[in-house]
Design a protein around this ligand. Sequence first.
Ligand SMILES: Nc1nc2c(c(=O)[nH]1)N[C@@H](CN(C=O)c1ccc(C(=O)N[C@@H](CCC(=O)O)C(=O)O)cc1)CN2
Ligand SMILES: NCC(=O)N[C@@H]1O[C@H](COP(=O)([O-])[O-])[C@@H](O)[C@H]1O
Length: 224
Amino acid sequence: MTPRRAGTTKPIRLSRVINPTDRAPARLVVLASGTGSLLRALIAATTDAGYPAEVVAVGVDRTCAATGHADAAGVPWFTVAPGDYARRADWDRALTAAVRGYHPDLVVTAGFMRLLGPAFLGEYQGRIVNSHPALLPSFPGAHGVADALAYGVKITGATVHLVDEGVDTGPILAQEAVPVHPDDDEATLHERIKVVERRLLADVVAAVVRHGVVSDGRKARISW
Ligand SMILES: Nc1nc2c(c(=O)[nH]1)N[C@@H](CN(C=O)c1ccc(C(=O)N[C@@H](CCC(=O)O)C(=O)O)cc1)CN2
Ligand SMILES: NCC(=O)N[C@@H]1O[C@H](COP(=O)([O-])[O-])[C@@H](O)[C@H]1O
C-alpha cells in the first residue's frame, strides 16, 4: 500500500527505513572527530527524564576533545584511525566491527570528518543520522560553514539527515535556518549554527527513535 498524498498524482513509494525502537532506551553510538560539543549536548539530552535513547559508546578517528566528554560521562570510547590501516577499505571494515560490538540501534555522526564506506553503510545505512552545518544541498562536505561565508549567503543553517553513499546527499530529516551577520567570521557563524545543531540533533534522534522514519530513498519523514 503506497499512501497517496493529496495533490500529488504519482504515489510516493515509502518504505519504513527505521522502525520505532521497542528497546528502551535505544542504543546510540556517536562518531566524532573534533571538539565534541554536539556529542556533549546529546549526552546531556539523554539524561533528561523520558529521553528515549542513551549513548553507549563514542568512536573517533583521531585524538580529539570529544573523548574527554565521553570520559566525563562515563561512556566508553574507541579510536579507529585511517592511518593505522593500509587501505581505506580496511579502515571501513575495522570501524564497522568496532561499532558492531556495541549493538547500536542508531549511529550518530556528530562532527565525524570521515566518509563512511561500503562496509559501514552495508550494515548501518538507514540507521545513521548526521548533523551538517549548512542547509543541504547547499555547501556539502568538510567545509560547509567556510563555503557558505565565502559565497556571501545571508541565511545558512543546520541540516540533520540520513547518511548514504554520497557526500551529504542522504534524505533530509530536519533543517533550521541561521542568519549570517555582516561581521561574521567562520568561527562566529559556526558557533551560531552549532547552538541550533545541539538542540536539533537531540530532538531528531528522539523523534526517530520514538516514531521511526519512512523514505522513498530521496525524501524521508519521521512517521509521527
Ligand atoms: N558516506 C558518508 N559518510 C559521511 C557523511 C555522508 O554524508 N556520507 N557525512 C559525514 C560528515 N560530513 C558532513 O556532514 C563530512 C565529513 C567529512 C567529509 C570529507 O570530505 N572528509 C575527507 C577527509 C576530511 C579530513 O578528515 O581531512 C575524507 O573522508 O576523505 C565530507 C563530509 C560523515 N560521514
Ligand atoms: N561535514 C561535517 C561537519 O562539518 N560537521 C560539523 O562539525 C561540527 C562539529 O562540532 P563539535 O566538534 O563541536 O561537536 C558541527 O558543526 C557539525 O555539523
